[in-house]
Design a protein around this ligand. Structure first.
Ligand code: SF4
Length: 364
């Protein structure tokens, strides 16, 4: 049985369609209401101005600090079928689930490279990645890693509370696309197929005491990527208003090649991608903006100077990939292959401070 719509789903359904088309006015007074104007194709020729405005807002709100984190893939076992993902159930790929000791060993490697914030990532497999397993991972890592987040399946309220008690700080749940029809076409089976359960998971995690909330949309999954950016911006602003003690971050990954062989419905160009991040920065100025190693180094270097506040570095997207690479299927290919030290050096050369743990202290 599908979950009932959460509070944000009801808010989104009731939100009036924004109508605003004066770009000068939108740039002068950016807000969620003018996001469609900032995102429109007709605003693209004025990308330089958009970027300049976004840069001003980023410096004003976040200064020159960029938080660095690493994903730690604990398992690529998955019982869901998502058409775009290299971990999808039914794909004949090498699978691996790390033991808790192996997770700790991977974490030690990452701590040795400087990281103090790790994001545990897994596919959706209720047996191999059970709530007990995940709680055990968090408990084992807590003495070693001050900031732990998870990007896994959605959990029950009780499990979120257990994870918080074990020391979990953040939860990341990308909606992938906010278009219900497209969501149904690309999430064919499994737990993740339930759009409303997925969408309400972030608010349920916040209710359980999770302090960092990550949301996102996978650009290219829906033909109308601009609508997904609009929806994720509204989601970020809504979460910030409802859960003001939490830090909200947004990520807008573009689809990368994977074992699924999925082809995006639409290719989002580099210029459009920069526009999306600038518009998001202006419409949701308090939201952290996360950039993954999916994007190429040169683009990442440019975006750091415009809108990004948090980025991964030196990432491996296969379980065990930091210590024993080549034993399991990766989720997607990485574009920026520089080491964490090289990324940190790039930030310093650009006049930014690489922050390995808390860039932005949370409210007490
Ligand atoms: S996106 Fe997540 S749930 Fe879907 S197939 Fe990949 S790992 Fe499984």
């Amino acid at each position: 049985m599908s979950a009932p719509p959460g509070r944000f789903a009801r808010f989104l359904a009731a939100a009036p369609a924004p109508a605003y088309d004066d770009l000068d006015a939108a740039l002068a007074r950016p807000s969620p209401e003018v996001l469609p104007t900032l995102l429109s194709a007709s605003a693209l020729p004025r990308l330089e101005e958009l970027a300049q405005r976004a840069r001003e807002v980023t410096l004003q709100r976040f200064g020159r600090a960029v938080r660095l984190f690493a994903p730690l893939y604990v398992s690529n076992a998955c019982l869901s079928s998502c058409t775009y993902c290299g971990f999808s159930k039914g794909l004949d790929v090498a699978r691996r689930t790390l033991s808790v000791d192996e997770v700790v060993a991977e974490a030690r490697t990452l701590v040795g490279r400087g990281f103090r914030h790790l994001l545990l990532v897994s596919g959706e497999h209720r047996v191999e990645v059970s709530a007990d397993y995940l709680v055990a991972c968090v408990e084992a890592l807590r003495p070693l890693v001050p900031s732990i987040s998870v990007e896994t399946q959605t959990w029950s309220d009780d499990t979120y509370a257990r994870l918080v008690a074990a020391g979990l700080e953040g939860v990341v749940h990308y909606q992938e696309t906010y278009d219900r029809e497209r969501y149904a076409q690309t999430h064919l089976a499994g737990w993740k197929r339930d759009y409303d359960r997925r969408l309400s998971s972030t608010e349920r995690a916040a209710e359980a005491g999770v302090r960092r909330l990550g949301i996102g949309a996978l650009l290219g999954l829906s033909a109308d990527w601009r609508s997904d950016v609009l929806a994720v911006a509204r989601h970020a602003v809504w979460l910030q208003r409802e859960y003001w003690r939490t830090e909200v971050t947004v990520s807008l990954p573009r689809i990368k090649p994977s074992a699924s062989g999925f082809q995006p419905l639409v290719a989002v160009s580099d210029a459009e991608y920069v526009q999306a991040l600038c518009a998001l920065r202006l419409a949701a100025p308090e939201a952290g903006l996360v950039l993954s190693t999916r994007e190429p180094a040169a683009l990442r270097d440019g975006l750091v100077r415009i809108a990004v506040t948090s980025m991964s570095a030196g990432s491996s997207t296969e379980p065990g990939g930091y210590r024993t690479p080549g034993q399991a299927q990766e989720q997607f290919s990485v574009s920026d292959e520089r080491s964490p030290a090289e990324v940190a050096a790039m930030l310093e050369a650009a006049g930014y401070e690489p922050v390995w743990k808390d860039a932005f202290p949370l409210h007490a």
